[in-house]
Design a binder for this molecule. Structure first.
Ligand SMILES: NC(=O)c1ccc[n+]([C@@H]2O[C@H](COP(=O)([O-])OP(=O)(O)OC[C@H]3O[C@@H](n4cnc5c(N)ncnc54)[C@H](O)[C@@H]3O)[C@@H](O)[C@H]2O)c1
Ligand SMILES: O=C(O)C[C@H](O)C(=O)O
Ligand SMILES: [Mg+2]
Length: 473
């Protein structure tokens, strides 16, 4: 694993320096020589001969932070007190908190938000349950639920280790779309227990965003919850990814001037995301999709334990091509990676058709790094924020839930997902589009609004909206 990338590109060194033995200039130049860039210096403590300073350093990907610390430690009169990784500092105590909409300032407030007056509100909801949407947090709150079984491409790392990702999703919900949410990591990977638990907590939520639950269990969990709950249940790794992927492909095909009906697409990793991305492409008219997992291409006529793979083999790979990724990628126009880091080689990309589109979307390490193939691809994209063309479900889930909550949708259906994809794709105008700009930025505020508006229209059109927002009345 690439620790430099994962650990962040910026650290803070706390150094104790004996000013009789060393000058700060010597320290600064040795950091510089080892490849570090000093971006901030804070004096923590100072006495006659000793000074303690926090030195914030950034490094490029190729620089080893260990070399910088060794260099500093080797200087006479310098003691390395502590190294803080800024990413870890951002996670101290978690990333989100609860806030009150109004403070409780006196007895009168207390008697309204709590006993006795709160009882009147309880009874109003008891008499008319749909008032839960107007009188509780249900109106604007989503549960972000994981069992920690397929966290990014890190695999089954469990519910405790999954929390930072779920907290991150909650931050994004709030910042990008003003959706409140709770990160909930379940200490079970049993399908029935997960379904029962989510059903039991559903009353407080206007939607359920399932996250990082491995396939094939994720398919049954989502399907059952969709049938048994009257609020949207959306497995982000499936549908959020598929929506953004489809939007990106629409724009990438315009760059390489190829038709969606004629391309050969290889999807690597037929899990939650791979299946959903393939399904959206099939419904968009792609004829030739070949799915590859650990044991090679999925081909009809083979018997698979995984029921979803059985379905997949029967609905894709029309030429019944057998073989490994290496073999089936020959002549492909598009590679879609939703598997694990580093699986694709430059030679594989060289064997693709002219102007290949490579979407290496495994997180945090893509199937191939853009710098390895930049010169031989038509378009390349990853799931990460530190390269251009970030194809990541974060472009979809805030806006699609904003729309679903605003119209109190009972579900998120195919029409709503396609509307979201259309909103994302059309955020890039013909003039703006380039091989490095096929997909809008996460920070483009217009995208969430555009998704929300089209999603509401699609929900109203398909009869799943329980409330018509004022602007549509
Ligand atoms: N960019 C995005 O928005 C986005 C969204 C969802 C998932 N992802 C990434 O896609 C990957 C899969 O996520 P998921 O939720 O579908 O997980 P998943 O566990 O449901 O599926 C992963 C699939 O990849 C296969 N796989 C693993 N190693 C492989 C290998 N060496 N060769 C071939 N196949 C292999 C597994 O067998 C499995 O079928 C992860 O890296 C995740 O971070 C990215
Ligand atoms: O979390 C992300 O960055 C995207 C996606 O949900 C993933 O699992 O990789
Ligand atoms: Mg995920």
């Amino acid at each position: 694993m690439d620790n430099n990338r994962l650990g962040g590109k910026s650290v803070i060194l706390r150094l104790e320096m004996n000013t009789n033995e060393v000058h700060f200039g010597q320290v600064a130049s040795s950091i510089f020589e080892a490849g570090g860039d000093i971006v901030a210096i804070d004096v923590i403590q100072t006495s006659q001969n000793v000074t303690v300073r926090d030195i914030t350093i950034t490094v490029t990907d190729t620089v080893d932070i260990g070399i910088i610390t060794e260099m500093v430690k080797s200087l006479n009169g310098v003691r390395l007190v502590n190294i803080s990784d800024r990413t870890f500092l951002l996670h101290l105590g978690g990333k989100i908190e609860t806030k009150l909409k109004a403070p409780i300032q006196n007895r009168d407030d207390l008697s309204r938000v709590y006993t006795p007056d709160v009882a009147r509100v309880c009874m109003a909801i008891h008499e008319e349950p749909r008032k839960a949407f107007t009188l509780t947090i249900k109106r604007n709150t989503v549960a972000v639920v994981s069992d920690g079984s397929a966290v990014l491409g890190l695999g089954n790392i469990g519910p405790y280790a999954a929390m930072p990702v779920m907290e991150g999703k909650s931050m994004l919900f709030k910042q990008l779309a003003d959706v409140d949410s709770f990160p909930i990591c379940l200490n079970t990977q049993d399908t029935e227990q997960i379904i029962a638990t989510i059903k039991a907590i559903a009353p407080g939520f206007g939607g359920i965003n399932l996250e990082d639950i491995s396939s094939p269990r994720c398919f049954e969990i989502e399907q059952r919850l969709r049938e048994e709950l009257d609020i949207p249940v959306f497995h982000d790794d499936q549908h959020g990814t598929a929506v953004v992927l489809y939007a990106a492909l629409i724009n990438a095909l315009k760059i390489v001037n190829k038709s969606i009906h004629e391309i050969k697409v290889v999807v690597c990793g037929i899990g939650a995301a791979g299946v959903a991305c393939s399904k959206i492409l099939l419904s968009a008219g792609v004829q030739n999709i070949i799915g590859v997992d650990r044991q090679g291409a999925l081909v009809s006529g083979t018997t698979y334990d995984n029921g979803m793979w059985q379905w997949y083999a029967e609905h894709t790979n029309p030429n019944r091509v057998h073989g490994s990724l290496r073999e089936v990628i020959q002549g492909a126009d598009v590679f879609i990676g939703l598997s694990a880091g580093g699986l694709l080689r430059r030679e594989d990309v060289m064997a693709m058709a002219d102007n290949p589109i490579v979407f290496a979307m495994a997180n945090p390490t893509p199937e191939i790094r853009p710098e390895e193939v930049e010169d031989i691809v038509g378009v390349i994209a990853t799931g990460r924020s530190d390269y251009p063309n970030q194809i990541n479900n974060v472009l979809c889930f805030p806006g699609i839930f904003r729309g679903a909550l605003d119209c109190r949708a009972t579900t998120i259906n195919e029409e709503m997902k396609l509307a979201a994809a259309e909103a994302i794709a059309s955020a890039i105008s013909d003039d703006e589009r380039s091989r490095h700009y096929i997909i809008p930025s996460v920070f483009n505020q217009a995208v969430v609004k555009a998704i929300r508006d089209l999603v509401i229209k699609a929900a109203m059109k398909t009869g799943v909206a329980r409330r018509i927002p004022r602007e549509y009345r």
